[in-house]
Design a protein around this ligand. Structure first.
Ligand SMILES: O=C(O)CCC(=O)C(=O)O
Ligand SMILES: [Fe+2]
Length: 334
């Protein structure tokens, strides 16, 4: 395992995924990746197959989009409904919460520390359940195509990662692909404006509050600013920084996968704060990130995966469809 694992960032393994893609060390990569998911719920993959040019180009489009005047961005408004996740959300529109379902409690949390981020979400173009919401083409020519192309680029990476994950779980390589055939995925462009560090630390504002993701896996690209933190698995309540690693894709497991794996894989709580070493009296730099949320097919029945339960470790969860589960969790965020 030594040479596919290139090191770690605060305990999160950095893995050379190229050795899976070229077939040289498939099982070693799969094992190392699974171990990192079990230990921390996160992994860094380098040589992940998405070219740096494509990544850079998507960040450039994201900057162009968010630089548009507010009234133009509002031509593609994210619906207020909690079940249609497409289009533009202005700063403060979304407040991520963790397992809070009481509406009075939710209102209190939202009022307290709004998430000062803005986002644009898109999916596959033929999704009739959550149709895309685009700007008029002439507002930012080429943007729509860029999002759609990048969506499918990430889809390819997802398939490879799911193959490795299945191998790590000692399942046939294609096992998880069958549950991810509908491509109910979501590409999200995120911009975190600069905010005073002190306000972040006093929790008067949040960038993205502590939460876990809902789906099976999330592919996350971040710029070089930093600020992403994950809860320390060995020390709940404290956070470790998941610093940017050049050229790496972060992959984290979501709640669906944790449940599916009978909690052998962690869905780790994470948040975005000030990057380490920001001056106390200063403001954070703005930050861009691009998560790609992968969901199991909404119709897929999520029952504990073979090998994750036994007589000593019985199934902890009832079977549920991925759709029921994800939509239930998503609806809490708006
Ligand atoms: O911006 C980031 O690095 C994290 C974003 C995130 O956790 C999310 O959108 O669920
Ligand atoms: Fe997240």
């Amino acid at each position: 395992m030594a040479d596919v694992r290139m090191g770690d960032e605060h305990g999160i393994s950095v893995i050379d995924f190229g050795a899976f893609l070229n077939g040289a060390k498939k099982q070693e990569v799969a094992d190392a990746m699974l171990k990192s998911f079990q230990d921390t719920g996160f992994v860094y993959l380098v040589n992940h197959g998405i070219s740096q040019d494509k990544v850079q180009s998507m960040f450039d489009w994201s900057k162009k989009f968010f630089s548009l005047p507010q009234d133009i961005k509002m031509l593609a408004p994210h619906p207020s409904s909690g079940t249609h996740h497409r289009g533009y959300s202005a700063p403060g529109a979304e407040k991520v919460t963790q397992h809070v379902y009481d509406s009075a409690e939710l209102a209190k949390i939202r009022g307290k520390a709004p998430d000062v981020k803005e986002s644009f979400e898109s999916g596959r173009e033929d999704d009739i359940v959550q149709p895309n919401i685009w700007l008029p083409e002439d507002a930012l020519p080429g943007f729509r195509n860029a999002c759609l192309n990048f969506f499918w680029t990430c889809r390819e990476a997802e398939l490879n990662i799911l193959k490795a994950l299945a191998l790590g779980l000692n399942l046939p390589e294609g096992f998880l692909l069958e549950y991810h055939s509908a491509v109910d995925n979501q590409l999200r462009l995120l911009r975190y404006p600069s905010v005073p560090v002190e306000q972040l630390e006093r929790e008067e504002v949040a960038r993205i509050g502590a939460h876990s993701d809902f789906g099976s896996i999330t592919l996350l690209l971040q710029d070089d600013v930093g600020g992403l933190e994950i809860e320390d698995p060995n020390n709940p309540g404290t956070f470790l920084s998941a610093s940017p690693v050049e050229g790496a894709l972060i992959v984290n497991a979501g709640d669906t996968l944790a449940r599916w794996s009978n909690d052998t894989i962690r869905s780790t709580i994470h948040r975005v704060r000030a990057p380490p070493n920001s001056a106390k009296d200063g403001v954070t730099p703005e930050r861009y990130s691009i998560p790609y949320f992968c969901s199991a097919d909404f119709s897929a029945m999520i029952d504990c995966l073979p090998g994750t339960y036994s007589e000593e470790r019985p199934k902890k969860y009832e079977p549920v469809t991925a759709g029921q589960y994800v939509l239930y969790r998503l609806a809490q965020n708006y």
